[in-house]
Design a binder for this molecule. Structure first.
Ligand SMILES: [Zn+2]
Length: 125
């Protein structure tokens, strides 16, 4: 999950901040104490300054499943920041079921061929 977030974010997720993820914290968009899950859609990188801004001011943020962060300033102005890389999960998970057996009977194997040899007529060698 950490690598996924590094590739998706590349930098701090606040508008105009380009601090590389290696200098950032991974933050829960909705705090864990308020029921925010520890999942890709609720985590993002924030540098220390912007992490403090988020938690100590009236800025609010939401995050969509595609990784877009929606920031709202105390004055009500909206900013959206796109992820550096959009990583879209597959629409349908791959099937884990075994393939359906064919409806036609399989060709005969050597075990299905009747033994027509005459026991009184031994093999020539
Ligand atoms: Zn920042």
């Amino acid at each position: 999950m950490k690598k996924y977030l590094q590739i998706r974010d590349e930098t701090c997720r606040v508008q105009g901040c380009n601090k590389a993820v290696r200098y950032c914290d991974i933050d829960h968009t909705i705090d864990r104490q308020f029921g925010g899950p520890t999942t890709n859609v609720n985590l993002s990188h924030l540098c220390a300054a912007d992490h403090a801004l988020k938690h100590n001011t009236a800025w609010t943020v939401t995050q969509t499943a595609d990784g877009v962060m929606h920031w709202t300033s105390p004055a009500g102005k909206h900013y959206a920041t796109d992820p550096a890389t959009r990583i879209i999960p597959p629409l349908k998970p791959p099937s884990t079921k075994a393939p359906h057996p064919p409806d036609t009977p399989h060709p005969p194997s050597w075990f299905d061929i009747p033994d027509t040899r005459n026991p009184d007529d031994p093999a020539p060698f």
